[in-house]
Design a binder for this molecule. Structure first.
Ligand code: DNO
Length: 352
């Protein structure tokens, strides 16, 4: 397991020097944030990112994410142009030796929450989601009312995009994902880059848009659309864990045995009702995710990939990007490494 930490590039208020001081962390998860969606990531810019991370004594282990252009998800007539650009960026990653690419195939929105600063009894704040609150969001005004998406789309842009998705149901989205992977997987295999799709967060349809990467069956189906070892997944315990039907250790065992778990996102959530949850500290006791059993499963399948602590709460007066403060994620990283050390040492000894 490679302990890793997400860094939002030079604009991140958390410098690489601080990340390096978290015991054990050697990997960085980052991206180029200035390239417009759908364009090739310039080789030189990516090379500079690799160098910046290396200069801090760390290694760029994962790109999270190269965004997938909406026209690819929609299967629009001009999708090939965007797929070609995506492939070119993957080739650049390969030339630079960046081993893993995390991406997602969620229409219009990526992760979704209805409260970015839910106050907890201990005074910390955390991200929360409630389907009923989402129903009250008025999208006719664009994304202005959506927590975390305020500046993403104006009213016209969003209306056009939502209209385009009216003809895309789950079956069509699967077809478009298949078409995309048929072109990208061979390129990734040639470049030596592992593809790690991120599950939909939350793992159900929202705002009338289909979401298809939601459970064990869909993750398995994804890996078989184009059956190649590089075609794998990010197991995000928080995203999948929002649905009580998802048995995380079983998912890890199943996909891990097939060598398709390329990246781990570890965070805990507490399910509070039907389609409602909030984020909690990483340890098992605080939420609905059994982190220890998930680690055992990872050990049993011989997981060697990068693992990062996902969202943390805001604690100790820290302000910053919701979910991505330094303190609580660093605590989470230490907990995860503690679990990992314990499960690694408790491998049954054949001589005993
Ligand atoms: C949220 C993240 C996601 C993730 C993308 C991967 O905090 O887990 O935004 O980066 O879905 O493509």
């Amino acid at each position: 397991m490679i302990p890793a930490f997400r860094w939002f590039g030079p604009g991140d208020p958390i410098p690489l020097d601080h990340i390096r001081q978290i015991p054990g962390v050697s990997g960085v998860v980052s991206a180029l944030y200035h390239v417009p969606v759908g364009e090739v990531w310039p080789y030189d810019d990516l090379a500079a990112l690799v160098q910046t991370v290396a200069d801090a004594g760390l290694a760029l282990e994962v790109i999270e994410s190269i965004p997938v252009h909406e026209h690819i998800k929609l299967g629009a007539p001009d999708r090939d142009r965007y797929i070609d650009a995506f492939c070119e960026s993957v080739r650049h990653m390969g030339r630079l030796g960046i081993p893993v690419l995390c991406y997602n195939f969620m229409p219009v929105f990526d992760w979704m929450r209805t409260d970015l600063a839910m106050r907890r009894p201990d005074g910390s704040t955390a991200l929360a989601y409630d389907d009923r609150a989402l129903e009250h969001i008025d999208l006719s005004r664009g994304t202005g009312d959506l927590p975390g998406w305020a500046a993403a789309y104006d009213a016209d842009g969003l209306a056009r995009l939502l209209a385009a998705y009216r003809s895309i149901d789950a079956a069509a989205l699967w077809e478009n994902l298949h078409y995309f992977l048929e072109r990208v997987v061979p390129v990734a295999a040639g470049a030596g880059v592992k593809l790690a799709i991120h599950p939909d967060d939350p793992p159900w349809s929202i705002l009338g848009l289909p979401r298809i990467i939601t459970n064990a069956a869909s993750l398995d189906r994804l890996t078989r659309l184009v059956d190649d070892p590089v075609n794998g997944v990010t197991v995000c315990t928080g995203s999948l864990g929002a649905d009580a039907q998802n048995d995380l250790p079983a998912i890890v065992r199943h996909l891990g045995r097939r060598g398709r778990v390329h990246f781990m996102h570890c965070r805990n959530i507490r399910r509070t009702g039907q389609r409602s949850f909030h984020e909690v500290p990483h340890p098992t006791g605080f939420g609905s995710v059994d982190m220890l059993d998930t680690m055992r499963a990872l050990r049993d399948v011989g997981f060697q990939g990068p693992m990062r602590p996902d969202h943390g709460r805001m604690i100790w007066g820290e302000a910053g990007r919701p979910g991505y403060g330094l303190y609580d994620r660093a605590l989470g990283m230490m907990y995860l490494q503690g679990l990992w050390e314990a499960v690694s040492r408790s491998v049954p000894d054949a001589r005993a």
